[in-house]
Ligand binder design. Structure first.
Ligand code: ADP
Length: 186
């Protein structure tokens, strides 16, 4: 994993120069509020027409389009789950958003991928839990990816930034412990 990284940054994902940026879409894929609206506004009507041809997407799955007017080459659209108390499969669905998006990025040979904080805005997924799920899904994926090397979590506000940094710190110390145990066993 030495040539791979997860970064947490504060910023606007529509300005991100990654090979692929991920959109926290809704199931119509035709644009909406929050980051979805920002991506559609910045990318322009070409994105709308391309999304219209896709015919929607289920929660937890992902679809890919061109980047249109964004600096990114691709946009990966994934509808996240709405938080309904945690007993409606929300955790597995959110994990699946990250995995499905990364699988599409890998299929298209992307080296760098930028994610927003999926489901934690108008879908009300608890931020700390969402951050932990995101970091776990991304770091597991990076252990086996061939093309994807750099994943950025692009946070729009300092509260989200802090949550993702904390989740990353926890994950790194857990990985060090596992690695340490492996070394001692060997
Ligand atoms: P969801 O419906 O999946 O909850 P939202 O767009 O409402 O999606 O919120 C998801 C996250 O995206 C929130 O943390 C929100 O602050 C953030 N966000 C909104 N606009 C942008 C942007 N331009 N770049 C990055 N993140 C953004």
């Amino acid at each position: 994993m030495t040539d791979k990284s997860i970064q947490v940054i504060l910023g606007d994902i529509t300005k991100c120069k990654a090979d692929a940026v991920v959109n926290a879409a809704n199931t119509t894929l035709l644009g909406g509020l929050g980051v979805d609206g920002a991506i559609h506004r910045a990318a322009g009507m070409g994105l709308f027409w391309e999304c219209l041809r896709l015919g929607g997407c289920k929660i937890g799955q992902a679809r890919i389009t061109g980047g249109h007017r964004l600096p990114a080459e691709f946009i990966i659209h994934t509808p996240g789950p709405k938080w309904k108390g945690g007993r409606r499969g929300e955790v597995l669905l959110l994990e699946s958003c990250y995995r499905s998006s990364l699988a599409l990025a890998e299929e298209h040979g992307c080296r760098s991928v930028a994610f927003p904080s999926i489901s934690t805005g108008s879908y009300h997924f608890p931020l700390d839990q969402a951050a932990e799920i995101a970091v776990r899904a991304i770091s597991e994926f990076l252990q086996c990816s061939r093309y994807v090397k750099e994943v950025r979590m692009v946070c729009f506000d300092p509260v989200a930034e802090r949550a993702y940094r904390e989740a990353l710190k926890k994950r790194n110390s857990k990985e060090e412990q596992v690695h340490g145990r492996c070394i001692r066993k060997a």
